[in-house]
Design a protein. Structure first.
Ligand SMILES: C[S@@+](CC[C@H](N)C(=O)[O-])C[C@H]1O[C@@H](n2cnc3c(N)ncnc32)[C@H](O)[C@@H]1O
Length: 243
């Protein structure tokens, strides 16, 4: 049974105040990198998995997507998405990605931002997405980077020279990680880079591009706090298509 931490009132209140939720896609530093990995959207049938407030679902339609189905486990996230969307070609559904079965051959693009690291059975999910996509259909997703996820206590350490170090331990021990983010005990699932990419390959995807997001110099000048993102990758961005 998935955790559904986004429906926890304290978590939801904190999460809703993040720049990426207050300002939408422009508040997400990796958004330009994601955009460059997306296929042309004109006429596409899109599934947005873990759609949250629906920022990307609405943007896809503005780019000409024929329809968008947004799925999310959290009633509060879906409630906000529905309230903020006025578009008959966007539909939101409450669904657990560990159980969701999309109809076969029914989407041209499956998109997901920062949701798959909450999914226990990635192999099942990838197989299901492959069946749901048409031949040549695209999968574009982001997750927390395995280097960011691996540690038992994922937080900066300062060494004797004052350098910021991100700990990586237990890298090859895959599975549950509990972290404290707005509330204690947020459950995520760590998988190595090899497992993540090999799962896609085994299920019949061809990988097109991998980005280990790092901010540009211009982004850092505008927002100096982003400089620490150069120390280790926090997000992994993947684009692939079915063969
Ligand atoms: C970090 S938020 C990202 C939301 C949105 N994609 C965005 O970029 O703004 C992660 C989302 O995944 C959803 N989620 C977590 N576990 C899930 C699961 N098992 N099934 C479906 N959605 C899930 C959460 O409710 C939350 O809305």
């Amino acid at each position: 049974m998935a955790q559904n931490i986004y429906d926890d009132p304290k978590f939801f209140a904190g999460y809703s105040q993040l720049p990426r939720q207050v300002h939408g896609l422009k508040g997400a530093p990796e958004w330009n990198a994601i955009k460059a990995m997306l296929p042309p959207l004109e006429g596409k049938r899109v599934a947005d998995l873990g759609c949250g407030f629906g920022w990307a679902s609405r943007w896809m339609r503005q780019q000409g997507a024929a329809s968008v189905m947004g799925y999310d486990l959290s009633e509060k996230m879906i409630g906000r998405a529905r309230a903020d969307t006025d578009d008959e070609a966007i539909h939101y559904r409450i669904a657990d990605l560990d159980r969701l079965e999309l109809p076969v051959d029914s989407f041209d693009l499956v998109y997901s931002a920062l949701a798959f690291h909450y999914v226990a059975d990635f192999d099942r999910l990838v197989g299901m997405m492959h069946r749901a996509l048409t031949l040549g259909g695209a999968l574009v997703f982001t997750i927390e980077h395995p280097i960011f996820m691996a540690a038992s206590q994922p937080d900066w350490i300062e060494d004797e020279q004052g350098r910021k170090i991100w700990p990586v331990n237990g890298y090859s021990i895959e599975g549950e990680r509990r972290t404290n983010w707005f509330v204690d005990g947020v459950l995520k699932y760590h998988r190595t880079m090899g497992t993540t990419l090999n799962t896609l390959i085994r299920q019949g995807f061809q990988i097109d591009r991998i980005e280990e997001f790092a901010p540009t110099t211009a982004q850092i000048s505008e927002n100096p706090g982003l400089a620490e993102e150069l120390e280790r990758p926090m997000m992994l961005l993947v684009s692939a298509h079915t063969t």
